[in-house]
Write a protein that binds this ligand. Structure first.
Ligand SMILES: [Zn+2]
Length: 295
């Protein structure tokens, strides 16, 4: 089934909520990057957060999330947009740590407990918006929650989870984001907080066959949820041979000639999707001519 995200309102519009089934999306990232279980969970959780933050944007707007912690995962980078597209990579994909003290994948151990979470939003204006908060947990969901509270001043609860099978494939992956709007009553806030204490991980709820809609109703503790939009989400990279060609052109003619002389060609690998692009000597000569302004 296709992955999708739902946007909803509840409690007379004072609560905004998102839930996403990103199982196939995270599975594609796992296959493309050959991530091992701990890296799959860390990258997958960041991608799920990216999808939900992206869902707050308009269609063509986009954002980049960087998690730079002091753990063995190294950096994690995720790009998403308002159309449900997401892509990402983790510096150390071959990471498999022992389970943590509660028998779960040790994402904190992978990410680390010190470092920064950065969100850069390109909203089609001159200057991108950029917000940054320290890593407070390393489990990623709590780090998004902290980022939203401190950097965007939106009291939120974010849950992101990935269930990895014993063969390293992705069983389920998903998340929720619940935001309290200004003016919400203390009763509403208390009720949501109580409700969230009981929460089972989304990946387990998906594994039980629940839909994002059912999960949101359960999380919010009410049947009275107004679903505004359903948006398909997917792993999607916009790289191409032309785009990498433009990067090669920007190196300048001398550098391109050196690639021709030394390697008789070039290869570019997209760090987001692992697609490879080969440039023959003839391709490079063509790019060199463009670099010299001859085309
Ligand atoms: Zn790519």
């Amino acid at each position: 089934m296709t992955d999708y995200l739902v946007k909803a309102l509840a409690y007379d519009g004072f609560v905004r909520a998102y839930a996403v089934d990103a199982t196939a999306t995270v599975a594609e990232a796992q296959r493309r990057h050959d991530t091992w279980n701990t890296a799959s969970a860390a990258l997958g959780r960041t991608m799920i957060g990216g999808l939900m933050l992206g869902a707050t944007l308009k269609g063509d707007d986009k954002l980049t999330i960087k998690i730079d912690g002091n753990g063995p995962a190294g950096g994690i980078v995720v790009d998403s947009n308002g159309k449900g597209d997401v892509k990402g990579y983790i510096k150390n994909p071959h990471l498999s740590l022992p389970l943590n003290s509660i028998g779960k994948i040790d994402v904190r151990g992978a990410v680390g407990t010190e470092g920064m979470l950065t969100v850069i939003k390109d909203l089609g204006m001159k200057e991108p918006f950029s917000g940054q908060t320290p890593i407070v947990s390393g489990e990623i969901g709590e780090d998004f929650t902290y980022y939203l509270a401190v950097s965007e001043q939106i009291p939120s609860a974010v849950g992101v989870s990935v269930l990895v099978d014993t063969d390293d494939s992705i069983k389920t992956a998903g998340g929720f984001m619940i935001q309290i709007m200004p003016g919400a009553s203390d009763e509403v806030i208390d009720q949501i907080e109580e409700q969230l204490k009981e929460t089972t991980r989304i990946s387990s709820l998906l594994d039980q066959g629940q839909t994002p809609e059912e999960i949101l109703k359960g999380l919010l503790g009410t049947e009275d949820v107004d679903f505004l939009e359903t948006m398909p989400v997917q792993f999607k990279c916009d790289c191409s041979k032309d785009k990498f060609g433009a990067a090669i052109i920007s190196l300048g003619p001398d550098e391109i000639q050196a690639m021709i002389d030394e390697d008789h060609g070039a290869e570019a690998v997209c760090s987001f999707c692992n697609n490879k692009y080969e440039y023959s000597e003839a391709d490079l000569l063509e790019l060199k001519r463009e670099a010299m302004g001859e085309v």
